[in-house]
Design a protein around this ligand. Structure first.
Ligand code: FES
Length: 159
């Protein structure tokens, strides 16, 4: 789902489903936020409000959690989210050149969404596949041993 406004009922349904799935417990906060983020593309303010009520967690705490985890966003994101691993093993494997190429190709900085709503570019910490660094994740597709000259070809697979 992209950056268009999501109607309230859809937001409520997504929250309800996630809370039913994991239970209305603070311990399940991350999976619940993650589920809502996955189904709506981000976590709208109405969802924060509702989760806050159901789990009895303050809104500010929810915003703090959401901003701490790279995979979560409280702002609408592009149709495709590119996560670039910025941890040291990927960095020394040539990550910096890949990052520069990604930014130049997309004309985006970390955390930005392209004006056409197609891309959001974010950095992330280790994705757990350091042996094949540099690593990028486009939506759920993981790419390893990425070189700068592969970037255009990878991006071309997504519309
Ligand atoms: S450091 Fe990049 S995947 Fe682990």
């Amino acid at each position: 789902m992209t950056g268009e406004t999501i109607d309230k009922q859809t937001v409520m349904n997504a929250v309800e489903k996630a809370v039913q799935r994991y239970g209305a417990s603070r311990d399940e906060l991350i999976p619940i936020l993650n589920d809502v983020n996955r189904s709506l593309g981000y976590i709208p303010a109405e969802a924060i409000e509702e989760i806050s009520k159901l789990l009895k967690v303050s809104r500010s705490q929810l915003f703090t959690v959401a901003s701490f985890y790279h995979m979560l966003s409280t702002k609408p994101r592009g149709k495709h989210v590119i996560q670039f691993c910025e941890s040291a093993p990927c960095h020394v494997a040539g990550g910096r050149e890949v990052w520069v190429t990604l930014k130049d190709t997309l004309k985006l900085e970390s955390g930005e969404t392209s004006p056409d709503g197609l891309w959001t570019l974010i950095t992330t910490s280790c994705l757990g596949v350091c042996g094949v660094g540099p690593v990028i994740l486009v939506d759920d597709d993981i790419y390893g041993n990425v070189t700068p000259d592969q970037i255009a070809g990878i991006l071309a697979r997504y519309h």
